[in-house]
Structures are given as C-alpha cells and as structure tokens.
Design a protein. Structure first.
Length: 375
C-alpha cells in the first residue's frame, strides 16, 4: 500500500453541475457556490439554476457584474456586511469577479475580506462568485468549502482521446454532446455528435445551438445546417508543431488562420498578428522546455529532473505532452527547431508577412514520422 493517501477524484464539470442541480432541485440551496474556470457554459448554467432556486425560496436577489459600467465595489461590500432589507435572506450573485481578487499591497482584496466575513457570519442566504482566474487553494475557496459550499471547476472539456483509448466518441466533449442531444430528443448517431463537436470546436454554447438547428432541420442534411466554424487551439497547434506531427500541424495551422480561435473571454480572435503572437509564444515555451529537458536526459538525468529543470507544470496533461516530445528529438535538434522559430519571429517583427505557407513549411521541415498523440 502506498504511504501517501490517494487524492480523491475531482468530478468533471458536467458531473459537478449535475450534482449541484440535484441538490437545488431537492430544495437544499448551498450556503455558497464558487465557479472557477474558463468554460462559460458551465458557469452560466450554474448561475441560472441557483438564481432560479433562490427566487423560489423568496431570497432577495442582489446581482453584481464587474463588466457593468454601473458596478460599484462599495455597493457589493455593503450587501455582504449589512442585513437584508426586503427579505429574510439575500442571494448575492457576483459575476466576472476576477478583477476583485487582486490584493491591496500585501492585504487580501476588500471584496475577499468582506466575502469571507459574510461566509463566517451566521447570516442565512446564498453567495455565488464566478471568477475564472481563482485558485482552488485561495482563502476565498477555502472559506466557501469551510461553510459547506460548492466549488466547481468549470474547465474546458477534454476534446482529444487518451492514447490507450483513441476512440473520438469517448472524449468528454463528444460525451457531453451526446448527452445534450438526448436531452433535446434529437435522433443523431454518436458519429454525428462527434462531427458536430468538431465542427463547433470546444465551444459548448455553439454545440448546443447546433444541436437545436439539427433538430429543426427537417429533410435537410446535417452538414447543411451545421456549418464548420471551428477554429484550432493555438496551444494544441503549438504542441503538434513541436512534436513534429506533420498532418495535425498542417490541418491546425490552416484551421487557425481560417477560423481564428476563442480567447478565455469567449470572443473569437481572428487578427493575424494576434494569432501569430499567441502561437509563437506557446511554441517557443514548448521548444525551450524540450531543449532543456533533452539536455538533462543526455547528461544522464531522469525524466523527473528534466521536467523540474524545464519548468513543466505538474498537471498530468502537461507532463504527458512533455515526455512524449522528449522521445522525438535530440537536444541539438530541439535547438535547431528553436533557431528556426526565432527566424520566423524576426521576419514577422520586421514587416515581412508570415502567413500560412510559412508555418506549413516550418511544420514540414520539422515533422517526425510515427509520433505519439498525447492524452
């Protein structure tokens, strides 16, 4: 038996949202709900269901959104600290709260201090905080869990299958699409759900809208009502380029420059210079990691030491990608690829246009046969 206690499994976003739905449908409104992560669909759905439940229980609804030009921090903190005026308890909803989390010098932000004081008081009611950039080990997160609240990581769903089970129907995104299709009573096959998910990209709002269009299509074919609008992820394209997957790199580059990509705010970015900046930055970081890691291995070091020196994040996906990359090239080959990227970056900054053809040529110059796909 391992000397270290096994960490509990973290539920996936659909599982966590379903558990919250079951709780509120039973009339058990949590003391607090904290929503972190970049997937807007899960955040919006969670806020919608708890607001509806709070309204049914007669709570005074107090909504705050930092994107609203009339938003005032003082009004929010007053509601957190003062007793309700028009009901026995309040439901305080704080949307896009990331700007409210920044520390004041060395002290916690005013909002964080007031929110923790609110949760530690004996006030009844509900506090919902939606903050994409919040850490799970932050003081606010600990306060939410400490009062019996709910923390949901609204991350993006995994859209690539693991190497040991390469069936695209088994990805989280495909499974979610199939579940939504059943909810909409839509008769589509698993393969059609995979196609819809791929056509819309990892954008759950677009997938859900596509399913509704497919339900109303009548005799029209699926592809006639669900057009291909998916852009590529610049981070996945960077991974494919670094690893030398020529086919995936070329397809990703063409998709990225045809359809752009979605930023963390959900907006689609199509500006070529912005695309290049994100792609080059992601690729440069991966190549530097790989060059440093390969050097450690060639000097007799371990993969663990290589990952630590290269600054690879501890999450499983990043480690998996790093270890697979190390198998494809020597340190000298990583340095050569890094120099080739530097030449492309210099061209882009000197007024010479860098386009799809240049990136495709880069992908073909550094392609490797028989590369493994990461989880």
């Amino acid at each position: 038996m391992s000397s270290q206690a096994k960490k509990p499994r973290v539920p996936s976003p659909p599982e966590a949202v379903a558990a919250l739905r079951a709780q509120v449908e039973q009339g058990r409104l949590p003391r607090a709900v904290l929503l972190k992560g970049e997937e807007h669909w899960f955040r919006d759905e969670s806020v919608r269901m708890v607001v509806e439940a709070a309204g049914k229980q007669g709570l005074e609804l107090c909504r705050h959104d930092t994107r609203d030009p009339d938003f005032r921090v003082g009004a929010l903190t007053d509601e957190l600290l003062a007793p309700p005026m028009f009901a026995a308890a309040r439901a305080i909803i704080v949307r896009e709260a990331t700007p409210l989390l920044k520390k004041d010098d060395k002290d916690d932000a005013v909002f964080v201090r007031c929110a923790i004081a609110h949760l530690e008081s004996e006030k009844e009611g509900l506090l919902v905080v939606e903050a994409e950039g919040l850490r799970a080990d932050s003081k606010l997160a600990k306060a939410v869990l400490g009062c019996g609240g709910v923390l949901i990581d609204c991350r993006k769903l995994y859209d690539t299958p693991p190497p040991w089970k390469p069936d695209p129907r088994e990805t989280e995104l495909a499974q979610w699409t199939m579940a939504r299709a059943r909810l909409h009573a839509l008769k589509v096959s698993a393969e059609e759900c995979v196609w819809i998910a791929a056509a819309c990209g990892n954008d759950l709002q677009a997938v859900d809208a596509a399913l509704l269009r497919a339900k109303a299509r009548g005799s029209e074919g699926l592809k006639s009502v669900v057009g291909w609008s998916s852009g590529a992820s610049p981070f996945q394209v960077a991974e494919d380029l670094a690893r030398g997957d020529g086919k995936a790199s070329v397809a990703g580059v063409e998709s990225l420059f045809s359809h752009g990509f979605r930023g963390s705010d959900g907006a689609r970015e199509v500006d070529k210079q912005a695309l290049l900046a994100v792609l080059f930055g992601a690729l440069r970081g991966k190549l530097r990691q790989s060059c440093a890691g390969a050097t450690v291995l060639e000097r007799g070091g371990t993969v663990e030491a290589a990952a630590q020196l290269a600054g690879v994040p501890p999450n499983p996906r990043a480690r998996d990608e790093f270890e697979l990359r190390l198998r494809t090239r020597s340190a000298a080959q990583w340095r050569a690829q890094l120099l080739d990227l530097a030449r492309l970056e210099r061209r882009s900054r000197s007024g010479v246009e860098v386009d799809v053809a240049d990136l495709v040529a880069f992908a073909l110059r550094h392609r490797r046969d028989g590369v493994a796909r990461p989880r």
